[in-house]
Design a protein around this ligand. Sequence first.
Ligand SMILES: NC(=O)c1ccc[n+]([C@@H]2O[C@H](COP(=O)([O-])OP(=O)(O)OC[C@H]3O[C@@H](n4cnc5c(N)ncnc54)[C@H](O)[C@@H]3O)[C@@H](O)[C@H]2O)c1
Length: 308
Amino acid sequence: MKICITGGAGFIGSNIAERFLSEGHDVVVIDNLSLGFTENIPNGAKFYQTDINDDNLLQIFEEENFDVVCHYAAQMSVRHSVSIPSDDARTNIIGSLNVFESARKTGVKKIIFASSAGTVYGEQTEFPCSEEHQNSPVSPYGVSKYSVEKYLEYYKNVFNINYTVLRYTNVYGRKQNPFGEAGVIAIFFLKMLRNEETYITGDGSITRDYVYIDDVVEANVLALNPEMTGVFNVSTAIETPLLDIFDKLAKLTNYQRPKQFVPFKIGEQMRSVCSYNKIHNLTGWTPKIQLDEGLNLTLEYYLKKAQV
Ligand SMILES: NC(=O)c1ccc[n+]([C@@H]2O[C@H](COP(=O)([O-])OP(=O)(O)OC[C@H]3O[C@@H](n4cnc5c(N)ncnc54)[C@H](O)[C@@H]3O)[C@@H](O)[C@H]2O)c1
């Protein structure tokens, strides 16, 4: 298959690109490098340094004739979305529409979209929560992700473009940018390995569901199947407090500094943990890498890359 990965120079997109290439697919990456890196793009993938809002996006789609589009390019920061919601919408909604219109006009058969289980539900009332949980986002980023899901429903209803929405909880692992604003595990690792102050949001009791990159990649391979259509959580159903993450990483890196706390920010949720029954029942997918193993693998990667 010929597969386009928007955001393919970033953390998740580049890991997926690598796997698709190893499975014999043709991979084309579209990324403006605002957050991604050319060294992330695997050998064998064709690369266009282009913004998803660019007018020439359609031309690329016309030239390449993609079968599938994995749409991963996004404004990633919840905090930035709260500060400047229109900026978030420009990339995450308007940019997505430019991708989808280009896909529609060039006969793309399927779109796989990276949504966010940690933000589209808002404060949960069910733990872990299923895909049926109400959608009541508490950040513009969560609103934009949920809006894009609805646009995909429209493209399916009216133009019969197949889609899979993968709602990820907190993804972590190799190639995550430790200098970014999202990805607490990467950020904490960087600070701790450099022996810098590491700040814990609130009192550290906020919880997240941490899913390892290899399990996310596997879900994308399954999503290439035309029968896997609709919305799926990709998660572990295990809730881990931020303080536990701090303690685990401090132990792994021998970090001795005292804990420092910063106030809770608007847009952040208290608890996030999601069930994966739906994807499991359809495909057999389960998260295979447990948190401690995933943290060890991630630390190994950062030490090897000497990114710190
Ligand atoms: N990392 C997570 O925990 C997580 C959780 C849920 C959903 N997601 C979603 O998964 C996707 C990938 O996230 P990631 O963690 O790999 O982030 P990332 O920042 O590493 O990758 C995003 C990529 O998109 C590119 N990009 C941003 N704006 C662009 C634009 N206007 N045009 C072209 N390229 C652009 C960046 O340069 C970057 O390479 C995003 O859509 C994100 O919202 C991530």
